[in-house]
Ligand binder design. Structure first.
Ligand code: PMP
Length: 447
């Protein structure tokens, strides 16, 4: 056993991992990255098929980003934002406001997607308290939502499997149906049903708006639920409803932001500007932990006043707005501009779509969902009846293990195989990744 693997197994407790299984099986030690590939301790190369957990944008060891961090290290690695200005944090805030959907003008930093959501929830709640509407203290959330793992972000989530055990610790929310047509309990066909999910949202807001601070949602696709895509127009519809009923809209772009759906932010597909938007993951191109909660001047100005009026937003973390991370984020945005990354995406997304169409025909593929370069391939026992595999069969995990043999690292969400290549992947590389997924599915389902 490699020395690092020994140490890991002796001392490390991994996230979202059943450690009994982890300890029983051989594990990979990653020692380096190069472009869209990862390199293990034996020198084997693998495609980074989930962008190192949906983060990496321009590939690993991107010269411009390496250089920006090294340059910043030559000045300072970290200082506090409590009472001091950090130059990269100030510059980045201006750039984020410039590229964000119109109206988002103020940037509150933190360190992870979960904290960005915590901040959004606390901000929306305090906003209404400061506006003198004390009754608006509840949140509308979506079934199947995922917004992170801290208690507040779990409270606004909706994936039972991950968080059921913590239910007694959570604050209650009003849950609207998931706008996913897959497994829809309402109607199942947006053309026929006229978006029953949106009508359900309207019912809630019409009834409870006096008590609702905000609707919290992932735009276009519920990622962690298995890339459940939403019908076009749903996001825009919720925006209209929240405006009509005087409720804030919090859009969580942690997974979708920074090009992942083909636009810089998913909101742009439907011309939506939320009141509060959370970003993390791709903000530093996958280099360093950083997150931001963006909001409007309207929300910001409600907090102007004195400590004694309780108008200050009492929230902050030791590493908030870390200068190294902000320098990486600035370099990330520069690469987007200079290499015209967004302009190159439609061809890559179309290439992926073509490859995925072939997968749809496989007997054990029940659904293929794609939102830009966010892809979910759902495995089923029987495509015709949509019968799932028993959970004990762990088909998703087995397919991902097989894919590794052929040089692709991916992770499943249950029986949904997730493919989320770095945006820097070429169409040919995406084709190779998809071919490996197909081979792994063929082998595992044919066993
Ligand atoms: N929101 C969404 C939509 C996410 O997909 C995630 C992570 N997958 C989070 C929040 C939480 O982010 P983090 O893991 O950085 O806390």
């Amino acid at each position: 056993m490699n020395a690092a693997e020994r140490l890991d197994k002796d001392y490390v407790w991994h996230p979202f991992t059943q450690m009994r299984d982890w300890l029983a099986e051989p594990q990979l030690v990653i020692v380096a990255g190069e472009g869209v590939r990862l390199i293990d301790a034996d020198g084997n190369m693998y495609y980074d098929g989930v962008s190192s957990l949906w983060l990496n944008v321009h590939g690993h060891r991107k010269e411009a980003i390496d250089r920006a961090i090294i340059d910043q290290l030559g000045r300072i690695a970290h200082t506090t934002m409590l009472g001091l200005i950090s130059q990269p944090a100030a510059e980045l805030a201006a750039e984020l406001a410039a590229i964000a959907p119109p109206g988002l003008a103020k940037v509150f930093y933190s360190d992870s997607g979960s904290t960005a959501v915590e901040i959004a929830v606390k901000m929306a709640y305090q906003y209404w308290q400061l506006k003198g509407v004390a009754t608006k203290r509840r949140f509308v959330t979506l079934a199947n939502a995922y917004h992170g793992d801290t208690i507040g972000s779990v409270s606004v989530g909706g994936i039972d499997l991950f968080h059921r055990i913590f239910a007694p610790l959570l604050f209650p929310t009003v849950q609207a149906p998931s706008p996913s047509c897959r497994h829809c309990r309402l109607a199942g066909d947006p053309k026929r049903c006229g978006m029953a999910c949106l009508a359900a949202m309207e019912d809630i807001l019409a009834r409870d708006h006096g008590e609702i601070a905000a609707v919290v949602m992932e735009p276009l696709v519920q990622g962690a639920a298995g890339m459940l895509t939403h019908p076009p127009g749903y996001l825009k519809g919720v925006r209209e409803l929240t405006k009509r009923y005087g409720v804030l809209l919090i859009v969580d772009e942690v997974a979708t932001g920074f090009g992942r759906t083909g636009r810089m932010f998913a909101c742009e597909h439907e011309g939506v500007s939320p009141d509060i938007m959370t970003v993390a993951k791709g903000i530093t191109a996958g280099y360093l932990p950083l997150a931001a909660t963006l909001t409007t001047t309207e929300v910001f100005e409600a907090f102007l006043g004195s400590h004694t009026e309780q108008k200050t937003f009492f929230h902050g973390h030791s590493y908030t707005g870390n200068p190294l991370a902000c320098a990486a984020a600035l370099a990330n945005l520069r690469v987007f501009r200079e290499e015209k990354v967004l302009a190159g995406l439609p061809a890559k997304i179309a290439a992926a779509r073509e490859q995925l169409d072939a997968l749809r025909l496989l007997a054990h593929v029940g659904d293929v969902r794609q939102c830009g370069l966010m892809i979910g391939i759902e495995l089923v026992q029987d495509r015709a009846g949509g019968v799932p595999y028993p959970a004990e069969a762990a088909m998703g995990a087995r397919v991902c293990r097989h894919a590794r043999r052929y040089g692709l690292i991916i992770r499943p969400l249950g029986d949904v195989v997730i493919l989320m290549p770095p945006l820097a992947s070429t169409a040919a590389e995406i084709g190779e990744m998809t071919a490996i997924v197909r081979r792994a599915i063929d082998e595992v389902t044919g066993e």
